[in-house]
Design a protein around this ligand. Structure first.
Ligand code: HSE
Length: 329
């Protein structure tokens, strides 16, 4: 395969070799932005997610033998697929580009959904190679390679999907240069109700429509809300979390891409949601709820509403996934 240049500094000072022949890994979907934290906040959920099967081969280089669940949308060419591109960056970093790997990618979640579809695949691939090689480097050290995958998938290396997918839990990207990523606490028993209306909103395009400059008064509102949300997570104050999850910068523009966004928000709030907003770049939307029953009711009612306006949807109810990727075979 074509060599991919990287300026990534090696974080590994030891000689690592495969400790098994094959592995199967699951990595979770994520909700990025969390309404007010554009590009700086995200959390992982238990489902949906993607699966990667990785096998050692005799032929040096990377190949993708199979992709399922993508309706033929994703490239099998390893130079163009986010999984292989990020794994290749990792292999360069550890000085093991001589290894032969074959990858199967099983998409278990919708593409272009705003649920971190490319991140789930990339993180599953990176966690698979790290585990296959017995590399005990902390998982957050894989983040720069995962960001390379995001750059390829959407033209921008944001980390608010890949960081929670890799590290699990609720994550703050305090800084991109240098990368400074912080795991945040969250109240136990906080449920997310996710609704994916089946309309395509590619992240690349959803980034192009947002405003390039903002007014100081809006910036003040936004950073007050981000600080309020982070404080609410630490204080386990659901009311503070709810009133802080307001976005005056991005949601007013992106909500136009989502069918009946404000109708769905009103419905969710009337059903007892703590908050409601766009997941990542959309079209998925999500609500926080204080128990599973409320989260289920929100997803069911919003799905019924979308059916009534002739839009298909997928729904998911989950607590926050504190584990991130896991080996499943
Ligand atoms: N922060 C990114 C965006 C997340 O809103 O474009 C994409 O899922």
């Amino acid at each position: 395969m074509e060599t991919i240049e990287t300026k990534q500094q090696s974080t590994h000072k030891f000689d690592i070799k495969p400790i098994m022949d094959s592995i199967k890994v699951f990595a979770p979907a994520t909700v990025a932005n969390v309404v007010c934290g554009f590009d700086v906040l995200g959390f992982a959920v238990n489902e949906p997610g993607d699966e990667v099967i990785m096998r050692i081969t005799n032929k040096p280089g990377l190949s993708i033998s199979k992709i399922t669940g993508d309706n033929g949308r994703l490239p099998l060419d390893p130079a163009k697929n986010t999984v292989t591109v990020s794994v290749q960056h990792y292999l360069q970093s550890v000085g093991r580009t001589d290894i032969g790997l074959d990858i199967e990618l099983h998409k278990k979640m919708p593409i272009g959904s705003g649920l971190g579809s490319s991140s789930a695949s990339t993180v599953a691939g990176l966690y698979a190679i790290k585990t296959l090689l017995g590399d005990e480097t902390p998982v957050d050290k894989l983040l720069p390679f995962a960001i390379k995958g995001e750059e390829m998938a959407c033209g921008h290396g944001h980390a608010d999907n890949v960081a929670p997918a890799l590290m699990g839990g609720f994550v703050l990207i305090r800084s991109y240069e240098p990368l400074d990523v912080i795991r945040l606490p969250h109240p136990a028993g906080l449920y997310s109700a996710i609704i994916f209306p089946d309309v395509d909103v590619p992240t690349r395009e959803a980034r192009q429509i947002i405003r390039k400059s903002i007014q100081m008064k809006d910036a003040v509102t936004q950073w007050g809300n981000i600080a309020g949300l982070v404080s609410g997570l630490f204080m386990e104050d659901l009311d503070l979390i709810g009133r802080s999850m307001q976005d005056v910068l991005v949601e007013p523009v992106r909500s136009m891409l989502i069918p009946d966004f404000y109708v769905m928000r009103q419905m969710a709030m009337d059903l007892g949601a703590i908050s409601f907003g766009i997941s990542g770049s959309g079209p998925s939307v999500f609500a926080f709820a204080k128990n599973e029953q409320t989260a289920i009711q929100i997803t069911q009612k919003l799905q019924q509403h979308l059916t009534d306006i002739k839009i298909g949807s997928n729904i998911y109810v989950s607590t926050i996934n504190d584990k991130g990727p896991k080996v499943i075979g």
